[in-house]
Design a protein around this ligand. Structure first.
Ligand code: SF4
Length: 191
């Protein structure tokens, strides 16, 4: 593994908004808003490495994984071992079905896990705190391909100019970097 591998969490940022990814990953800019603080708070109970037995399920919390093929690395919130199956699990503060970026992050984590274990990971799950439900995410050939394409695009972004703001009102309103990015002002200047 190499320190220069793309962190899995930044892949989520890339899918959310390439400009946000550029601020965070390339320029090292970070800022908090209520969504970030709440997400951190909700992660407080699963932030430590541990192995927990819950009935028939063995839960590996904070599992470190990487892929030399894709050159990505990071931590999965949990990997559940159910019989012979391995199921990667991510905890998110938002609502189910809103964030395709979460699927890419989870799928990239599964690709890492497959490379590390030699097992096929068929699906993973995302627990959304906002509606307290788990969403099952199938790692279809299409999702795998889109995830690999996103990884490659994110890796190339460093050598390219900063992307323009996306025009997505909901995403920009929820984005902690709005005060640095200034999407409305940028749009006004460009017009
Ligand atoms: S404010 Fe909008 S355009 Fe700017 S980084 Fe955030 S999501 Fe992207």
């Amino acid at each position: 593994m190499n320190d220069a591998y793309l962190p899995l969490a930044y892949l989520n940022a890339w899918e959310y908004c390439p400009r946000r990814f550029y601020f965070e990953y390339v320029l090292g800019e970070m800022d908090d808003n209520e969504h970030i603080v709440l997400g951190r708070h909700l992660h407080r109970n699963i932030n430590e490495e541990a192995v927990i037995q819950a009935g028939d399920v063995l839960i590996h919390q904070q599992q470190w994984v990487w892929s030399d093929r894709l050159q990505v690395s990071g931590v999965i919130d949990a990997v559940e071992e159910r019989s012979t199956e391995l199921i990667p699990l991510e905890y998110k503060k938002g609502k189910m079905g809103r964030h395709l970026s979460d699927h890419f992050q989870l799928c990239a984590a599964a690709l890492c896990l497959e490379e590390r274990t030699g097992k096929t990971i068929v699906y993973g799950e995302i627990f959304y705190h906002a509606n307290r439900r788990r969403q099952r995410v199938e790692f279809s050939p299409q999702l795998r391909q889109m995830t690999e394409e996103a990884v490659r695009a994110a890796q190339l972004a460093e050598a390219r100019p900063m992307p323009a703001p996306i025009e997505h009102k909901t995403k920009c309103q929820a984005c902690s970097l709005q005060g640095i990015c200034l999407p409305i002002e940028m749009k006004y200047l460009r017009s």
